[in-house]
Design a protein around this ligand. Structure first.
Ligand SMILES: [Ca+2]
Ligand SMILES: [Ca+2]
Length: 92
């Protein structure tokens, strides 16, 4: 009985480690697009960065594709909103 409990505890621990690893990989593969400056959190810096590029397109010399949260080729309210909606999100 004890060995079964030990084994399942080990399995649960392994399962947990795999889950943590999978989450880490998922974050690398799909970084949070709202974290424009890539510092691991979505805060006012990201939102103001997007806001400062309001109405810019790739034709603009200051264009930064990172500010185009929804990747539609223009920084507008949708991008500011997209960033604001994810305000406070932290990658750990
Ligand atoms: Ca950030
Ligand atoms: Ca956009």
């Amino acid at each position: 009985m004890l060995s079964v409990t030990k084994r399942s505890a080990r399995a649960a621990d392994l399962e947990n480690q795999l889950r943590v690893a999978a989450l880490s990989i998922a974050r690398i593969v799909t970084p949070n697009p709202a974290d424009v400056n890539n510092d691991g959190k979505v805060d006012m810096k990201d939102i103001s960065y997007v806001a400062r590029r309001f109405m810019m397109t790739p034709a603009d010399p200051l264009w930064d594709p990172a500010a185009d949260i929804n990747r539609d080729g223009r920084v507008d309210m949708k991008d500011i909103g997209g960033s604001a909606r994810r305000f406070g999100e932290i990658d750990s």
